[in-house]
Write a protein that binds this ligand. Structure first.
Ligand SMILES: *Cc1c(COP(=O)(O)O)cnc(C)c1O
Length: 343
C-alpha cells in the first residue's frame, strides 16, 4: 500500500502553506482592494492566478490528465527541485538515478545536500533495473529516470520502466521532456495504476517555448498537492500563463513543427552518416543526434569558428567521442552539413 506520509519530510507534512489574497477570495470580477496592487497598468498590475486554473484546464484536455493531477512550474527544473525538497531529508535521505543523464537531477540533489546514487546504463544505454533496485534502501525517496534520455537520445523499454515503478520503495520520476519526438508513447495513461509515479514534461522542446519557462509534473493528487503547497505562491507569472494559453489554442502548429523536426532528423542522419569523419550516430528518439567522431574536440572548435555551436559530450561516461547536435531548421541543418563537408 502506498502511503505518501511515509515518504514526505516531517516539516513539509506539518507545513501551513502561505495563503495569498487570491486564495482567500476566489471570485471573478470585483473591486480588488485586498492585495495592495497598483490600480493602474492593467493587466500586469494584478498578481497571477496562483493555481493557474485556466491553463491547467486547457492542458488537462490536451494531455488527457485530470487538472488536479497537474503541477506547473517555472520549467521542469522547479518540479525537480520541489520533489527533492518535499521528500528528501538533507543529510539523511538519498536519490537513485541513472548515468549518464540530464545534469539537473544531481545539481538539485547537491544543492539540497541529498546523496545522489548513480547506476551506469548498460551497453545498449538501457537502465540496469536490478542494479538500480539494489542501490535503494529505506532512505531512498526518489528514483529519477529520463526517457527518451538526454544525452543518449534513446527511449527506455516500457516494461523496464514499469518494473522499476512497481519495485522502487519511493517515488519514480520519469522525465519525458522529449516524448513528442519519440515512437514510444507517454506513460501518463499509467498514472492511475501507480500512485508513486511522477511524469515530467515541458513546453521547452516540442512546443517551442523554452523562453517562457513552463514545465509540467503529472502525478496522483496527493503528490501534486504537496508540490503546490511548497511552491512560491505566484510561480507562474501573468505573461507566461497568457502566452502559454495562446500557444495551446493551436496545437496544429506544434504538430507541424514536430513533423518537420522528425523529417530533418532523418535528413541530418543520412547526410552526416555519409561523411568520412562521422564514426557512428546513435538511434534517436529525441530532437537531437549523438554523433561520434575520432577527434570530437577538433570538430567542435572547427564548428565554433564557422559560428555553428553544438554540445561537446565527448567526456561524458559512455558517450566518449560524441557531440550532441540539436536538429535545427532546414537552413541551419544544411549549413552544418556544408561546414562538415568542407572540413
Ligand atoms: C530540456 C530538458 C528539460 C526541460 O527543462 P525546462 O526547465 O522545462 O526547460 C527537462 N528534462 C530534460 C531531460 C531536458 O533535456
Amino acid at each position: 500500500m502506498f502511503d505518501i506520509n511515509l515518504l514526505i519530510r516531517k516539516n513539509i507534512r506539518s507545513l501551513v502553506p502561505y495563503s495569498s489574497a487570491r486564495d482567500e477570495y476566489k471570485g471573478e470580477e470585483a473591486v480588488f482592494l485586498d492585495a495592495n496592487e497598483n490600480p493602474f497598468n492593467t493587466p500586469l498590475n494584478r498578481y497571477p492566478d496562483p493555481h493557474q486554473l485556466k491553463l491547467k484546464k486547457t492542458i488537462s484536455t490536451i494531455k488527457n490528465v485530470p487538472a488536479e493531477c497537474i503541477f506547473l512550474g517555472n520549467g521542469s527544473d522547479e518540479a525537480i527541485d520541489l520533489l527533492i525538497r518535499a521528500f528528501c531529508e538533507p543529510g539523511v535521505d538519498n536519490i537513485v538515478s541513472i548515468k549518464p543523464t540530464y545534469g539537473m537531477y544531481k545539481v538539485c540533489a547537491d544543492i539540497n545536500n541529498v546523496e545522489f546514487r548513480e547506476v551506469l546504463l548498460n551497453k545498449d544505454f538501457q537502465p540496469d533495473t536490478e542494479g538500480l533496485l539494489k542501490r535503494a534502501d529505506n532512505n531512498s525517496k526518489l528514483l529519477f529516470l529520463c526517457s527518451p534520455n538526454n544525452p543518449t537520445s534513446n527511449s527506455f523499454k516500457k516494461e523496464d520502466l514499469l518494473h522499476l515503478v512497481k519495485k522502487f520503495p519511493g517515488l519514480v520520476i520519469i522525465d519525458e521532456a522529449y516524448i513528442d519526438f519519440s515512437g514510444a508513447g507517454t506513460l501518463t495513461g499509467e498514472l492511475g495504476n501507480y500512485p508513486n509515479l511522477v511524469i515530467l514534461q515541458t513546453f521547452s522542446k516540442a512546443w517551442g517555448m523554452a523562453g517562457v519557462r513552463l514545465g509540467m509534473a503529472f502525478a496522483g493528487k496527493e503528490i501534486i498537492d504537496v508540490l503546490s503547497h511548497i511552491k512560491y505562491p505566484y510561480n507562474i507569472n501573468v505573461l507566461t500563463q497568457r502566452t502559454a494559453l495562446e500557444c495551446l489554442s493551436d496545437t496544429r502548429k506544434k504538430d507541424t513543427w514536430i513533423r518537420e523536426i522528425l523529417d530533418q532528423r532523418e535528413y541530418l542522419r543520412k547526410e552526416l552518416s555519409r561523411l568520412p569523419m562521422v564514426k557512428h550516430i546513435l538511434p534517436s528518439d529525441a530532437n537531437f543526434l549523438m554523433v561520434r567522431f575520432d577527434n570530437p574536440q577538433e570538430i567542435f572548435h572547427y564548428l565554433i569558428n564557422k559560428k555553428i555551436i553544438v554540445r561537446d559530450r565527448s567526456k561524458v561516461i559512455l558517450c566518449e567521442g560524441f557531440l550532441r547536435i540539436t536538429v535545427g531548421s532546414e537552413a541551419e541543418n544544411s549549413e552544418l552539413v556544408k561546414a562538415l563537408q568542407q572540413y
